[in-house]
Design a protein around this ligand. Structure first.
Ligand code: NAD
Length: 485
């Protein structure tokens, strides 16, 4: 593989890295079209080999003492931390992230590892009462075995790390399949960091490819659980396959998130948060603000403020220039975003800013007068578009916020905390922020959505124990009981 980006520590590793026996596929930078690397992809046979190898070494890892597992994770955190500059370069170049987005992702991934390093030493069971005399009864959490992790391109390092680090910490092996657009920031980095950290060979397997390779991971008999992050459409398919095989499956899917601005909100703060929530990373995040729901009395001012902010944002190559927004990840996605804007405008939405593009660079766009039947309302846009709809009462704001099958995150802006809480109590969403943006996550928080944003699973904090282990009841008697047969 020829790595053309200027690397140091990863270079020798990337030179040797053969994640699959299939044909090489180009890893192309969206901002420039430059081919960064050409990496052999995995075949379905490679997936079978990877899962079998992972399953073979997992039991010994599960029995490895907790101090050793924690030590390897702490070393992985240090190694990750030490190599942030070159890892960040890959993230920016593979995804089109600007510096601030890349740093945020790196910081987050680092804390995912640190947090996971605390997990092996935590108690994971209870002594239970028993109705049977002389019986010692306990329940404990045991590793699920091999976790199949499938991740998207948009935050490849943190979305991979939030599975890989806790799953390993709790005694599992992992087969990780990143998106084909991020083989290095979603795949190679993990292999290099954990190898250097001393993780026993075979425990972390990386396979590369698209949906067919993802499905091979889901259906492989050695993979006992699937942790999928991606679109709702692909998640449905993964859920069906895993369900048919009676496998545990975690689905963290799309969002179309409500950003509610009440009439007593501080307008500048709301517009600033609203702009960031819709435009940061070109809107290509699951927790972007997809629907701005604004009180009619302040809507004109809010739309003007949002449009002025959109107009000022500088677009360009995020790696080389001091810019605020980079490219849309590929031409297909850009056409999709533009199609949603066009069809909404044809349906009566008012374009107050943006709606144009140059190459893969889509101008941040504000749509006013959006109604609930327009694609700008119904669809997850995954582009830098802020659709605005107005309301007259708090009841109507709640009704509009809940008028989506998605339920990942919501934000409410108001000067009245009690009014904000009252609304939060009525909005169906996995995460709700009062007087804060939708782009929020912390490694210690159970992150995830309701409705079609997932299947009830969560990532982070205590939820990681639920996700990556399962209950086992164990009883012990000194003297076997007598039975009637
Ligand atoms: P995607 O669903 O197209 O792809 C995600 C991953 O799934 C990729 O690795 C892809 O190769 C794989 N895949 C696709 N079809 C598959 C199949 N049939 N079987 C197995 N694997 C398959 O999503 P994307 O476009 O890469 O990412 C964007 C989506 O991810 C958005 O909908 C976004 O909201 C969502 N997302 C959700 C979260 C969250 O935590 N809820 C976080 C980030 C992104």
């Amino acid at each position: 593989m020829a790595a053309t980006a200027s690397m140091t520590w990863l270079d020798p590793f990337l030179g040797d890295w053969r994640p699959g026996t299939g044909a090489p596929v180009d890893d192309t930078e969206p901002a420039t079209g430059i081919v960064l690397a050409s990496i052999p992809q995995s075949t379905t046979d490679d997936v079978a080999r990877a899962a079998a190898a992972a399953a073979a070494v997992q039991p010994a890892w599960a029995e490895t003492d907790y101090q050793e597992r924690a030590r390897i994770l702490r070393r992985a955190a240090d190694i990750y931390d030490a190599h942030r500059p070159e890892f960040g370069t890959w993230t920016m170049r593979e995804t089109g992230a600007v510096h601030s987005k890349m740093h945020h992702e790196q910081n987050f991934a680092y804390h995912e590892i640190l947090n996971a390093a605390t997990m092996p030493s935590q108690a994971y069971g209870s002594l239970m009462p028993s109705a049977q005399r002389g019986r010692l009864s306990m329940v404990r959490r045991v590793p699920v075995g091999v976790v199949g992790a499938i991740t998207p391109w948009n935050s490849p390092t943190v979305l991979g790390m939030r599975v890989v680090a806790p799953a390993l910490a709790l005694g599992n092996a992992v087969v990780l399949k990143p998106d084909p657009q991020t083989p290095v920031s979603g795949g190679a980095i993990f292999a290099a960091v954990f190898r250097e950290a001393g993780l026993p060979e075979g425990l972390l397997q990386i396979v590369l490819g698209g949906a067919d390779i993802g499905e091979a991971v889901v259906t492989d008999p050695n993979v006992s659980m699937v942790s999928f992050t991606g679109s709702t459409a692909a998640g449905r398919r993964v859920g069906q396959l895993a369900g048919g095989l009676l496998k545990k499956v975690s689905l963290e899917l799309g969002g179309n998130n409500a950003f509610v601005v009440l009439d007593d909100a501080e307008l500048d703060a709301a517009a600033s948060a609203g702009a960031f929530a819709s435009f940061q990373f070109q809107g290509q995040v699951c927790f972007a603000a997809g629907r701005h729901i604004v009180h009619r009395s302040i809507a004109a001012d809010y739309i003007a403020a949002l449009s002025a902010k959109a107009k000022r944002l500088r677009l360009g190559d995020p790696y080389r220039e001091d810019v605020q927004l980079g490219p849309i990840v590929n031409a297909k996605q850009l056409a999709r975003v533009d199609g949603i804007v066009r069809r909404s405008v044809d349906g009566g939405a008012r374009l107050t800013e943006g709606g144009t593009y140059d190459g893969l660079y889509y101008r941040p766009t504000v749509l006013a007068d959006v109604t609930t039947d327009m694609p700008a309302w119904t669809d997850e846009i995954f582009g830098p578009v802020a659709p605005v709809t107005t309301f007259d009462s708090d009841d109507e704001a709640v009704r509009l916020a809940n008028a989506s099958e998605y339920g990942l995150v919501a934000a409410i802006y108001t000067r009245s905390i009690s009014r904000g809480m009252a609304l939060a109590n009525r909005i169906r969403s996995g995460m709700i922020h009062v007087n804060d943006g939708t782009l929020n996550d912390e490694a210690v928080i159970p992150f995830g959505g309701m409705g079609i944003s997932g299947n009830g699973s969560r990532f982070g904090g205590a939820a990681n124990f639920d996700e990556f282990t399962e209950w086992q009841w164990v009883t012990v008697r000194d003297t076997p009981p007598t039975f009637p047969f």
